[in-house]
Design a protein around this ligand. Structure first.
Ligand code: SF4
Ligand code: SF4
Length: 423
């Protein structure tokens, strides 16, 4: 199939044409800062996309790699005075590339198996979670790691990110409180998070119950669709959006609380991905956990201020640039703590996790993580708080490989811990 034969009408060329090439976004772009290459900048990538869609530039591996190396962190979008919707442009450009490139058969089968055979099937993910827990607890992990087999299979990076796997819990459809003084909320579980980050889910339910919310966990909810969307699999993302809208339909206008800003950023923009009233209304219901507490119930925490030493806040790009709630975790934790809560010195850039970027672009990802780890070292903190599970796993793996004495936790874990200590 050739480029010329494929429809390009989906790509929002008018939005790309809003770019006036001022270059104000360049200093905010992590890949441009690392390479100094215009092709690795937002302005350069927009020019490449335009030329590709207009069939002025052939889709070569070099062109593809400039687009692939974009983190979709959207720091450029936040900095752009012309309001170029870069996030939409890169997603749609990748959809165009996915429809046009000649992909190795093996790679296509593997991708389908991972995203459609595993990520979107909670029962299979649960089975994988149990297998991984057995792998870790039996001692097999140490043997396999020492054998070099993981490197040979190309699985070393992803395996290194595995946290200690919790015992899997099946969630009830509702966690009621007798006196639901503040009302009802719903919780979005996510795909990977529901098997690797159950302590955060449990802590969030406890906190929401404690402050007077009944917590609904709609069955039938699935992966948010971000991995599909950002890889150019628009049809796959739409299937998941439809499934989640259906799952949450019976919960009226209850707030939807997310514990991973990577998912929250996707959910909040459902209305941009499928132009229906239902999807737009759903997006308006979505809140990051920490931002929800800070916006609505900050006063509840003022009496519970205690000393939490050595805490630094990491701001995920998705929380900062898409959910527009980057500073709220810091405000919330500062309210709870009598001591100063730091913000990491390189908080305005990406840690290199970026969904599956750490797997597809390991070299750039490692450079970016190295910078964030240096800022963790410089801060002298012992606890890094982040609201995105992808960033948490990526940073924790880097911390472990450098033998730093630092833990990475979600704000819900820290708040829950403080409250438990206070009895
Ligand atoms: S800041 Fe906006 S308008 Fe200026 S070059 Fe970047 S994307 Fe284009
Ligand atoms: S999304 Fe991030 S990596 Fe991609 S061009 Fe914008 S700032 Fe650069």
């Amino acid at each position: 199939m050739t480029q010329a034969l494929l429809a390009t009408d989906r790509f929002p060329l008018a939005d790309a044409d809003k770019c006036v090439q001022c270059g104000l976004c360049l200093p905010h772009c992590p890949t441009y800062r690392k390479t100094g290459d215009e092709n690795e900048s937002p302005r350069g990538r927009i020019a490449l996309m335009r030329a590709m869609i207009r069939n002025e530039l052939a889709l070569t591996p070099t062109l593809e790699s400039h687009l692939d190396r974009c983190l979709a962190c959207r720091h450029c979008e936040a900095a752009c005075p012309a309001q170029v919707p870069y996030g939409r442009l890169i997603d749609d450009a990748r959809a165009f590339v996915a429809a046009n490139r000649r992909e190795a058969w093996g790679r296509r089968v593997l991708w389908r198996w991972v995203v459609d055979g595993l990520l979107v099937r909670p029962h299979r993910l649960g089975g994988l979670g149990r297998l991984l827990r057995g792998y870790q607890r039996s001692g097999l992990q140490a043997i396999v790691r020492g054998s070099g087999l993981l490197r040979w299979l190309g699985l070393a990076t992803v395996e290194a990110q595995l946290p200690p796997m919790p015992k899997l819990k099946h969630y009830a459809t509702v966690y009621p409180v007798t006196d639901a003084a503040r009302g009802e909320v719903t919780l979005f579980l996510g795909c990977i998070a529901r098997i690797v980050d159950q302590p955060t889910i449990n802590a969030a339910i406890r906190i929401l119950n404690t402050i007077g919310y009944s917590v609904h966990v709609p069955p039938g909810q699935n992966c948010c669709g971000a991995i599909h969307q950002h890889a150019g699999d628009i049809a796959g993302a739409r299937r998941l959006i439809a499934q989640n809208l259906k799952a949450f339909a019976s919960t009226g206008d209850m707030p939807v609380i997310t514990l991973a800003s990577g998912c929250g950023a996707m959910l909040i923009e459902y209305g941009q991905h499928v132009a229906t009233r239902e999807a737009t209304d759903f997006g308006l219901r979505v809140h990051d956990f920490g931002a929800f507490i800070e916006d609505r119930h900050a006063a509840l925490f003022e009496d519970s201020a205690t000393s939490v030493d050595g805490v630094a806040v990491h701001e995920p790009c998705s929380l900062r640039n898409v959910m527009q709630s980057g500073k709220k975790t810091h405000s919330l934790l500062s309210r709870i703590s009598n001591t100063k809560v730091d913000t990491l010195s390189n908080h305005a850039t990406c840690c290199g996790a970026a969904g599956i970027y750490f797997l597809t672009q390991p070299a750039m990802s490692e450079q970016l993580r190295g910078d964030t780890l240096q800022s963790i070292r410089d801060s002298g903190c012992r606890t890094v708080v982040t609201s995105n599970i992808g960033c948490a796993l990526h940073l924790a793996a880097g911390i472990a490989s450098r033998h730093l004495d630092v833990e990475v936790v979600h704000p819900a874990i820290l708040i829950d811990r403080i409250w438990r200590l206070k009895g």
